[in-house]
Design a protein. Structure first.
Length: 521
């Protein structure tokens, strides 16, 4: 490019010099005029070269710019088409996910219910098989005893002495005192042995539910059981609330609902005195059913005043396996799932350690409704926080003395529990706090919640606040109760709630579940 430019410039200079020389020598101009002519010629040539160069460059660059603009437009159209397709794919994916969730949700519920019914069916089949085996063994034993008796009846007539004076008392068969003498066995052809006359040992078979309940009642204090039954029927199970406060602010964040029993004479029986008897007598599901209903009513009233408050409601493990109470309880909690984030269901560690498949499925059903769980009465610190969190547990209660390592024995130091549980979304609640020194030590361990007589003892809900609450099994409650605040009790009415009725006598809830599945299939 540079060589061409130099060559053109040299040519222009030669042409300009030639024009000056021609003017000077050929036309007789002076030197000055010849130089002017040379400069003018050079300028004209330079201007011509510049204009021609620009015209050539424009003719080359113009098509390129047009091609570039057309390429940019095509690229923009492709990008727009790609964006439209991506938006269409996203919308289709969202619709597919929504359809999948709507399809798999009921199916998962059906499979869960079917699994429960299959487990119940397996238990029934195993029980029937055991009964059949016992009947077969009884038949074999009966035939063996009958054969032995026939052989004995064939041999004994030959041993008997002839009737007469030669017969002594020792030769005659023994007789019962003050009763008729037993007749001598007859030959098998005349009096065959009947099954009723044969003594068959009772087989070792599992007792039915009614027999187990009767045995449990016998193991419990009959007087206390009668008192508990009377209190349930007469609605003398009172509700007490104890606050759970935040540390160090000591602001009430939750209430724990506690049950108290009133005897006929007005004496108050604490939960520690009647819970074990109620569990032995199989009465805990009924008590829990009533307590959950009252806790929901109290919580509704509390949420009107403060949306950040919650209630802990204790449940027994036996309630999760009760074939009559638990379906009612699950239906009632499903109808009140709007307050599920504020209602915490509390279970003991001993009850959870003995939980089987039915209890686990019941907990999963409650967790699917949005309810959270808490574990109290913890005696063994060898826990799996990950497993607890996956099952829906969000709180763990430990006595303050145990957290402060006063007589604790575990694989992990109790002081490390708050951080360990916090990593899995579980909050530690220090209970049974009775001194300010314990609060200071707990604050050093970063414990967020506290409960105990230092803050407030359990306080009863006013009787008029719970007026109208009757047996949940056959009453639709129209008036609702409220909860006691810290130091004072609040009284207000809560919206009416329909209480689920118990199934008709003789109607098996398992058969009802099978019928529902058959109708859906």
């Amino acid at each position: 490019m540079r060589l061409g430019t130099l060559f053109v410039a040299s040519c222009m200079m030669v042409i300009a010099a030639s024009a000056g020389a021609v003017v000077y020598f050929g036309f007789g101009f002076g030197g000055t005029e010849a130089v002017i002519v040379s400069i003018a010629a050079l300028t004209a040539l330079a201007l011509y070269n510049m204009v021609s160069t620009r015209l050539d460059a424009r003719s080359l660059v113009g098509p390129q710019l047009a091609d570039l603009s057309r390429g940019g437009a095509d690229l923009a159209r492709q990008v727009a088409e790609m964006g439209r397709r991506l938006a269409l794919v996203e919308s289709r994916l969202e619709r597919t996910l929504a359809v999948g969730e709507n399809t798999t949700g009921p199916l998962a519920m059906e499979i869960s219910e079917l699994g429960t019914l299959v487990n119940q069916l397996a238990e029934s089949v195993a029980l029937h098989e055991a009964h059949l085996n016992e009947i077969e063994r009884a038949k074999i034993e009966r035939s063996r005893i009958e054969k032995s008796r026939i052989e004995k009846s064939r041999i004994e007539p030959a041993k008997l002495p002839p009737a007469g004076a030669g017969a002594t008392a020792a030769d005659r068969p023994p007789t019962r005192n003050a009763g008729p003498a037993e007749p001598a066995p007859s030959p098998p052809s005349m009096t065959p042995a009947t099954p009723a006359a044969i003594a068959i040992p009772a087989p070792d078979k599992p007792k039915p539910v009614a027999v187990q309940a009767m045995a449990a009642d016998q193991g419990a204090d009959q007087e206390m059981l009668a008192t508990i039954r009377g209190a349930i029927e007469a609605n003398r199970i009172d509700l007490h609330l104890q606050p759970i406060v935040t540390l160090p602010q000591r602001k009430v964040r939750y209430y724990e609902a506690m049950s108290r029993l009133r005897a006929k004479d007005g004496e108050v029986v604490l939960a520690a005195q009647f819970i074990s008897q109620a569990e032995a007598g199989g009465l805990m599901p009924k008590i829990d059913n009533l307590m959950v209903f009252r806790c929901v009513q109290v919580l509704r009233r509390l949420l009107i005043k403060n949306r950040d408050v919650g209630v802990f409601c204790n449940l027994a493990a036996a309630t999760l396996t009760d074939a009559v109470i638990f379906p009612q309880l699950l239906e009632f909690l499903d109808a009140n799932r709007a307050i599920a984030p504020s209602l915490v269901l509390e279970f003991t560690q001993s009850g959870l350690l003995g939980a089987g498949p039915i209890e686990s499925e019941s907990l999963a059903a409650l967790n699917e409704l949005g309810y959270r769980f808490s574990m109290d009465n913890v005696a063994d610190l060898r826990l799996e926080p990950r497993d607890l969190a996956s099952r829906g547990f969000r709180f763990l209660k430990l006595p303050a003395s145990l957290i402060l390592n006063r007589g604790a024995a575990a694989d992990i130091h109790p002081a490390d529990f708050p951080d360990l549980l916090g990593r899995f979304g579980i909050s530690l609640i220090a209970e049974k706090i009775e001194s300010e020194g314990s609060v200071v030590d707990l604050l050093d361990l970063d414990v967020k919640f506290g409960q105990g007589f230092l803050f407030s003892p359990p306080r009863p809900v006013r009787a008029e606040a719970l007026q109208g609450i009757a047996d949940r099994n056959d009453v639709v409650v129209r008036e609702a109760g409220t909860a006691a605040g810290e130091g004072t009790a609040m009284v207000a009415s809560v919206g009416s709630a329909a209480v689920p009725r118990a199934p008709a006598p003789g109607k098996d809830p398992r058969s009802a579940g099978l019928a529902r599945i058959a109708r859906r299939v």
